[in-house]
Design a protein around this ligand. Structure first.
Ligand SMILES: NC(=O)c1ccc[n+]([C@@H]2O[C@H](COP(=O)([O-])OP(=O)(O)OC[C@H]3O[C@@H](n4cnc5c(N)ncnc54)[C@H](O)[C@@H]3O)[C@@H](O)[C@H]2O)c1
Length: 329
């Protein structure tokens, strides 16, 4: 199948693009390189540099390559930045996304898999979180994900399209060739490894949450498991009726901040520089996915759910790439 991967120069998109190529698909990557890297784009994928909101470019790319399905991983991902600049987030994640959907309609491309986020749930009332739970995002980032999912609800009904929204929890790990190099980095595991390598010490935000060790619990999913789920979701858009299917992607179990630190110490064989801070506003104590629906619907299961695998693979990539992907263009 000929697939357009938007954001395919980023962490998730490039890993997924590689997997699709290995499975025999033809992949075209569309990425503005605002946060991605040319070097991350796998061999065998053509890179088109541009914005998903550039209607003429997306039209030409879809039609010129006879694209059959889109994996829409492109987007801005920083919660704090989204609070400071909601205009930028709505424009990139919602307006840009709608332009892309319009280009898909015009080109007759009716299948899309969307990188959504657990941020659509906000602070959930119960965990593990089921897909049917209320969507109450607590920041503009999560709201833009919810808004685009909402457009998929209505577009798929009105225009005979098929969509799957994959609500990722905390993505982690490396596949060997590709790893996590966000700038700035806000995710716990790469920052823990950065702390060992001379970066700022890890700040533990709160130790009095109602969890066994008092620190927040999150669900981590290996990027390779995530890539496998995308490949399955792509198949689902072929076989399913028109409509929009949201699916949680998590490993289904949670680890506390202290458990992550302990596992990282065992992987790197050194203490992790750390300091205790007050709670951060808006951090729910526990965010863990129910992944039963994804298992049932996709015939998928996470295979690399241990912290050792996620942190170990991230560490090996970091050691092999001390400067990440190097200088951004
Ligand atoms: N990494 C996670 O833990 C996580 C968790 C939940 C959801 N997500 C979602 O998954 C997707 C990928 O995340 P990631 O960690 O790979 O981020 P990333 O920043 O590494 O990748 C995003 C890519 O999109 C590109 N991009 C951004 N805006 C664009 C635009 N308007 N037009 C074209 N390209 C654009 C960037 O250059 C980058 O290469 C995002 O949509 C994110 O919201 C990620």
């Amino acid at each position: 199948m000929r697939v357009l991967v938007t954001g395919g120069a980023g962490y998730v998109g490039s890993t997924t693009a590689q997997r699709l190529i290995e499975a025999g698909h033809e992949v075209v990557v569309l990425d503005s390189l605002v946060h991605g890297y040319r070097e991350a784009v796998p061999n065998g994928a053509e890179l088109v540099v541009g914005d998903v909101g550039d209607r003429a470019l997306v039209d030409a790319t879809l039609k010129g390559h006879s694209i059959e399905a889109v994996l829409h991983c492109a987007g801005l991902i920083l919660v704090g930045e989204s609070v400071a600049h909601p205009d930028v987030y709505y424009r990139a994640n919602v307006v840009g996304g709608i332009e892309m959907l319009e280009a898909m309609r015009s080109a007759g491309v009716r299948r899309i898999v969307f990188s959504s986020s657990a941020a659509v749930y906000g602070a959930p009332e119960t965990t593990p979180i089921e897909e049917g739970q209320a969507l109450r995002p607590i920041n503009p980032y999560g709201e833009t994900k919810r808004a685009f999912e909402g457009s998929l609800d209505w577009y798929t009904r009105a225009y005979r399209m098929s969509a799957v929204s994959l609500r990722y929890f905390n993505v982690a790990g490396s596949t060997g060739e590709r790893g996590e190099d966000h700038r700035p980095e806000t995710h716990l595991i790469p920052n823990v490894l950065g702390a060992v390598l001379g970066g700022p010490p890890i700040r533990i935000f709160g130790n009095d949450y109602p969890t066994p060790d008092g620190t927040c619990i999150r669900d981590y999913i290996h990027v390779d498991d995530l890539a496998a789920a995308h490949a399955a979701a792509l198949q689902l858009t072929a076989s399913s009726d028109d409509g929009h299917t949201p699916l949680n992607l998590g490993s289904g179990s949670g680890f506390s901040v202290l458990e992550v630190l302990k596992a990282a110490e065992s992987v790197v064989g050194k203490p992790i520089p750390q300091e205790q801070s007050d709670r951060r506003a808006g951090d729910p104590p526990v965010l863990v996915a129910s992944n039963g629906r994804a298992r049932d619907v996709l015939g998928w299961e996470p295979r690399h759910g241990s912290l050792e695998e996620m942190i170990g693979s991230a560490w090996r990539w970091r050691v092999a790439h001390p400067n990440g992907y190097g200088t951004r263009e």
